[in-house]
Design a protein around this ligand. Sequence first.
Ligand code: UFG
Length: 320
Amino acid sequence: MRILVSGGAGYIGSVVATRLLEIGHEVTVIDDLSTGHRDAVPDGARLVLGRVHDAGSLLGDERFDGAVHLAASSLVGESIENPEKYWENNVVGTRRLLDALEARGVPRIVFSSTAAVYGEPERVPVDEGASAHPVNPYGESKLAVDEMLAGDGAAGRIGAVSLRYFNVAGAYRGRGERHDPETHLVPIALQAALGTRRGLVVYGDDYPTRDGTCVRDYIHVADLAEAHLGALCSIGAGAHRVYNLGNGAGFTVREVIAAVEAVTGAAIAVTVSGRRAGDPAVLVASSARAQDELGWRPERPTLDEMIRDAWDVLRARGSR
Ligand code: UFG
């Protein structure tokens, strides 16, 4: 199939694009490189440089059999300080992209949604029936797009799947996290282990969890990419399905730090600060629906493997 990947120069998007090419699809990436990296776009993919807002004109008369839409602003903290950026980039940008896809008769889209739509969940593991009450504009913007897709699906304009990612980690074929600034726990801990960052601040140790720090469900980026491939093939005309993607196991911040220390052999200097705004105490996924309906199974479920793969890429890069 000919697949458009928005955000294909980013961490997850570049892994999705790589896997699509590996199994024989043609890939066009649209990315404005505002946070992505040109060298993350895999060889063999065509790069269209620009925003999804302008997809209609940038893509000319190119035709696609499907799209994977990952281009977004994705920092919870930034979304609280600058909510309009999230509505503009995530909601308005997606509307424009959908207009361009629907005008071309593209039949299917896989959307990169997030566990952040659930906010502080009522129960864990979180399944797709849980009510969505986002606690930050990032989660609100992604939920708005999920609803937009449901509406377009019901109107028969496109078939869609929303994949609600929990915490993504690891690396695949040299592609790891490379954000600037970096805000995510695993790469920050690895930078501290490598010595390119002085220690790590734990955002709160007074949560109602086993050691007081937040619990998250980490999923390997390669397993996540595989779910996109399965989702693309599963999409029926005019339907919208939602799938949670995680491993169903939660780790505290302190447990992640200990795992990074074990894999790297380095001691990480840790200090504790107050809570970070917008952080739920516990987020753990039930991915039973993805397993039942997509036949998806995580093949790299251990935290150690995610950390080792990310560590190898970080060390090869030599810094950051
Ligand atoms: N944390 C620290 N110190 C740090 C960085 C993170 O203590 O320096 C803690 C956070 O407070 C949180 C946990 O580590 O408790 C994980 O934080 P991340 O920033 O790595 O990830 P988040 O859980 O905040 O967010 C991730 C994605 C979001 C997505 C969310 C959904 O980055 O896009 O998962 O669960 F919305």
